[in-house]
Design a protein around this ligand. Sequence first.
Ligand code: GLC
Ligand code: CA
Length: 561
Amino acid sequence: MKQWWKEAIIYQIYTKSFNDTNGDGIGDLRGIIEKLDYIKSLGADVIWLNPIYCSPDVDNGYDISDYQNIDPRYGTMDEFKELLNEIHQRGMRLIMDMVLNHTSDEHLWFQESKKSKNNPYRNYYIWRPGKDGKEPNNWGNYFYEGKGSAWEYDNTTGEYYLHNYSKKMPDLNWDNPELKNSMCNMMRWWLDMGVDGFRMDAINRLVKPKGLPDSPNPPTPPVGVYGYVVDRTMCANQPGIHELLHELNQRVFQHYNMMVVGETGNVDSAIAIDYVKEERQEINMVFHFEIAKNPILVDAVKFKEIQRRWWHVVEEHGWITQYLSNHDTPRQVSRFGNDTEYLYESATMLATLMHTHPGTVYIYQGEEIGMTNVNFPSIEYYNEKYTVGKYETMVESGIEPMQALNSLKMMSRDNVRTPMQWNNKVHGGFTTGTPWMHVNPNYKEINVEKEEQTQHSVLNYYKILTSLRKKNPIMVYGSYHQLYESDPELIVYERTYEEVTWLVICNFYGNKHKMPDKLEKRLRENSKIRLLLSNYYSNDKSTIKPYEACIYEIKIGDMKG
Ligand code: GLC
Ligand code: CA
């Protein structure tokens, strides 16, 4: 079925690093309003905002202390309404990041919850007595924080509370109907205000395993020093999660013309179908981690295998997402491309793959100008919890500091959190003050202003891709069929819709190739094949250049011709 959210091109904004308008070094809502025409000119039509609610900011806003207020660092509720209105005025939509797995420990609910065992909010969170003077189980927190346990002891009542992330982010108890009511009311409040959907944080982790058993796995190094196990499967996809999402759908989602995309670690295509199959009425699509957040670099063959599997989700009446980076990953051109010698070619090839594969496409701020990973010299430059926490435990367990840092650099989430590079002025035009986080020193070469003025820029290539999507339903609704599945370097596939077929040929790597014979023959002999887009100026049919990407169009009626 046709849906606006299938056709959408979603632009993810990490507000804190996007655009600062009052010189305090922190991006703000006014800064987004200022750049809405830029986002519109890029061709994106939905904006996803990372959390902007009140937060002590331990995990860059994912630790929410008040769901119904805007953090003053970003602006006011009036400014939020103004932003929403300006977005709608431009025919665009807004989705909010919704964090339902945990709150900040500074949230009123938690403040109450810890007061006494019979406080009305006690059961909003997960409290347990200790076991033999130790934590209730062997779980380690995902941030490698402190000595690594996922439990924190609280003196007032002499019990432990669960926190899968930071100890300042206690997990919520979704077995409690009152908590459910509070959350449904809160979500409706935002939807009634006019927001167009949610990106649901860690959505497949809301339901915890019955009895909270120990993880059977051995302790995870380096947390293993203390005997805890960082096992993200323990709370993923537990029995009851589908009933819960269906309930949220019935009570909230289905009453609005909205979209819901869930962030789901530990989900492959076979598990995903149960979350996104239309008739099950849960959520619309999920972010899987198989490509972008896979700790192992995905190669061309693996990439194709993953895409084939996820295509089945579409065939079974579900829907999927396409993205290579977000606020938790490295920069895509640094990870999958070549951010020095072939920056333009590889950034545009990767973009071609994303925009011409089936699914809703997501662009993470800065990706559209080919922003790269950052190479900070020491740990002091790093901010985000996971990198800092893991670094500290590694060093404590005896690993050399430089070695620890180097092993964390490529995957650090700070790579994507450096400020947006608008121009070649001080701090890349992000702020007139001191930015909360260092700007990537390459802002003089890589910035929006320069790319707007350069004909063959990553930015202008993105604009062509987005305008193609607006005009060609084949990019959204076309079928998907791969050719040369086992070719180790080329990614070749066809999309077909009504009378049209698109043939996409991408070189995933930086070496030159001979065009496979059959393909070359097809391109030469069918005079009606039309080249729609390529990231090289000259396009010869016998070789494929480093990171080359081409889209050909074939009209069925022309086939024989
Ligand atoms: C998600 C977010 C990440 C955050 C975590 C805890 O994975 O994308 O940024 O740290 O959830 O909320
Ligand atoms: Ca600001």
